[in-house]
Design a protein around this ligand. Structure first.
Ligand SMILES: Nc1ncnc2c1ncn2[C@@H]1O[C@H](COP(=O)(O)OP(=O)(O)OP(=O)(O)O)[C@@H](O)[C@H]1O
Length: 305
C-alpha cells in the first residue's frame, strides 16, 4: 500500500512554475529521500501535502484520503518536522511534549508513556534542562519526538540534517533508521550521502519536474552509460592515447581530467578491447583502468546541470 500518492501536482507562484505535473508515491514503511537544489520546490511540495498550500492542478492522497487545502483532516496521519523547529525555550522536553500531546487530545497516561518511549528513542531521556540551552542537534531530535508523538503513518522532515555537524547528522540518521519499517518517512535534503545511507527510494526535483525517481539500483540501471576511466602517469600519455585514430572510432565522447580520461561509448566490451589494443600499440602502461558505475552524485549532477 502507498502511504502517499501525488498525481500530476502543479504549483506556480506568479510566473514561476515551481512544480510541474509532479507524480510520485511512497510505499508504506519506506524512507523516501526528496532531493533538489536550493529553491527546487521541496518545501512547496511538503506544504501541499500538509494542505497549507493549494495546488493549481493535481491530487495528493495520504493514506487513501484526498488532501484538501485549508483542512487538517489528513494531517492526523502526518508528523511534521520543519527545517528550523521553534520552541518555548523556558520549557523542558517533557513539559513540551506534554503540551503538544494535550493540544492533540491525548490522554495523560498516553502522553507519559509516549514521551518516555520517544525521549528514549531520540536519546534525550536524561536531558532534564530547558530547551533554550539545547544544541541544534538536540532541538532536531526533540522535533522528531514531537512529530512522532501521535504515532503518525507518515513522518515528513524538511532538511533535518542540513544545519548539523557530522555527529548531529549521524544521530538523526540513526533515529530515522530505527523507525524505518514502522513509520513511513519523507525527508528532503541536498546531502547525497545521507540519502544513500538510509533511503529506499529517491526522487530528484529539477526545473519543476521529477528528473529521477525510484530506487538507487533502478536509477543506476536506467542511467547506465558505458564508460571506462583510464588513469595515466602523465598528461603526455593521455594525449598520446587520445591521438590514436583507432580509439576514436569506438568513442561517442571523452573527458580529460588531469592524468585521467573517461571514455564513453555504446558498447562497453568493444570499447574495452579497443582501449587495451590502443594501450598495447602505443606502448602505454596505465596506472588504472576501470569500468565506471554511475553514482548518486554523478546522476544528480547529470540531471540537475
Ligand atoms: N509563498 C511564496 N511566494 C512566492 N514564491 C515562493 C513562495 N514560496 C516559495 N516560493 C519560491 O518557490 C521556489 C521553491 O521554493 P521552496 O522553498 O519550495 O524550495 P526548496 O527546494 O525547499 O529550497 P531550499 O532547499 O532552499 O529550502 C523558490 O524560488 C521560492 O522563492
Amino acid at each position: 500500500m502507498n502511504i502517499l500518492c501525488n498525481e500530476q501536482v502543479s504549483k506556480r507562484f506568479g510566473s514561476h512554475q515551481v512544480l510541474d505535473s509532479v507524480t510520485f508515491s511512497i510505499p508504506e514503511g519506506s524512507v523516501f529521500g526528496f532531493l533538489g537544489q536550493n529553491g527546487a520546490g521541496k518545501t512547496t511540495m511538503m506544504k501541499l501535502i500538509l494542505g497549507l498550500l493549494k495546488p493549481d492542478k493535481g491530487t495528493i492522497r495520504v493514506c487513501d484520503e484526498t488532501v484538501t487545502y485549508g483542512q487538517t483532516k489528513t494531517n492526523r496521519h502526518i508528523g511534521y518536522l520543519p527545517d528550523v523547529p521553534e520552541y518555548y525555550g523556558y520549557m523542558k522536553p517533557k513539559e513540551y511534549l506534554k503540551m503538544c500531546g494535550e493540544i492533540t487530545g491525548m490522554s495523560r497516561e498516553e502522553i507519559i508513556k509516549r514521551s518516555q518511549e520517544l525521549l528514549g528513542l531520540v536519546g534525550l531521556e536524561q536531558a532534564d534542562k530547558k530547551i533554550g540551552g539545547f544544541s541544534r542537534g538536540m532541538k532536531q531530535r526533540l522535533g522528531i519526538a514531537q512529530a512522532l508523538l501521535n504515532e503518525p503513518k507518515l513522518l515528513i522532515c524538511d532538511e533535518p540534517t542540513s544545519a548539523l555537524d557530522p555527529i548531529g547528522r549521524k544521530e538523526i540518521l540513526d533515529i530515522l533508521g530505527q523507525i524505518k519499517g514502522k513509520t513511513t518517512v519523507l525527508f528532503s535534503t541536498h546531502i547525497l550521502s545521507d540519502v544513500e545511507r538510509i533511503c529506499d527510494r529517491i526522487a530528484v526535483l529539477h526545473d519543476g519536474k521529477l528528473a529521477l525517481c525510484g530506487t538507487l539500483a533502478e536509477m543506476k540501471e536506467n542511467h547506465k552509460k558505458d564508460s571506462i576511466q583510464i588513469e595515466f602517469n602523465t598528461i603526455e600519455e593521455v594525449e598520446k592515447f587520445m591521438n590514436s585514430k583507432f580509439m576514436m572510432e569506438y568513442l561517442d565522447s571523452s573527458q580529460k581530467k588531469e592524468n585521467s580520461i573517461v571514455l564513453h561509448g555504446k558498447d562497453i566490451n568493444t570499447m574495452e578491447r579497443a582501449a587495451i589494443c590502443t594501450l598495447e600499440s602505443e606502448m602505454l602502461l596505465p596506472k588504472k583502468l576501470e569500468v565506471l558505475e554511475p553514482t548518486l552524485e554523478s546522476l544528480f549532477m547529470e540531471v540537475t546541470r
